[in-house]
Design a protein around this ligand. Structure first.
Ligand code: FES
Length: 104
C-alpha cells in the first residue's frame, strides 16, 4: 500500500484525482469513508471526476452508467466494471493498494 493523499485533501462528499502507479485514481469521500476508483469509465473512457455520487454509486457524467463504489459493478450494464481499489486510512494518510482490485 502506498500513500496517495492526505485525508484532509478529500473533504466529506468531495473527491480528488491523484496520479499514482502510472494511472489516475479518483478518491471519493462519503461520510468519512474513502473509496478509490479508476478515473476512467470502462464504457468509453470518460473521466469520472465530474461524476455524481449517490447511494453508494458513482454515475459517469457522459452516459450516466452507475457503478458501485465498493466493487465497481455497473447497474445497467453488468459487462462494464469500473476498477476499484483497496483503501486504508492511517492517521491523516490515504493508502491505496494498486495490486488489490476490489472487483477481481
Ligand atoms: S463513457 Fe461512461 S457511461 Fe459512457
Amino acid at each position: 500500500m502506498d500513500i496517495v493523499a492526505k485525508i484532509s485533501e478529500v473533504p466529506n462528499f468531495g473527491s480528488k484525482v491523484v496520479s499514482a502507479f502510472g494511472r489516475e485514481i479518483l478518491l471519493v469521500n462519503v461520510k468519512g469513508i474513502i473509496y478509490a476508483v479508476e478515473n476512467e469509465c470502462p464504457h468509453q473512457g470518460s473521466p469520472m471526476n465530474a461524476a455524481v455520487v449517490k447511494d453508494g454509486y458513482i454515475s459517469c457524467p457522459r452516459h450516466g452508467y452507475r457503478f458501485s463504489l465498493i466493487d465497481g459493478r455497473c447497474v445497467e450494464h453488468p459487462e462494464c466494471i469500473l476498477t476499484t481499489y483497496t483503501v486504508q486510512l492511517k492517521v491523516d494518510d490515504i493508502l491505496v493498494d494498486i495490486g488489490k482490485r476490489q472487483n477481481l
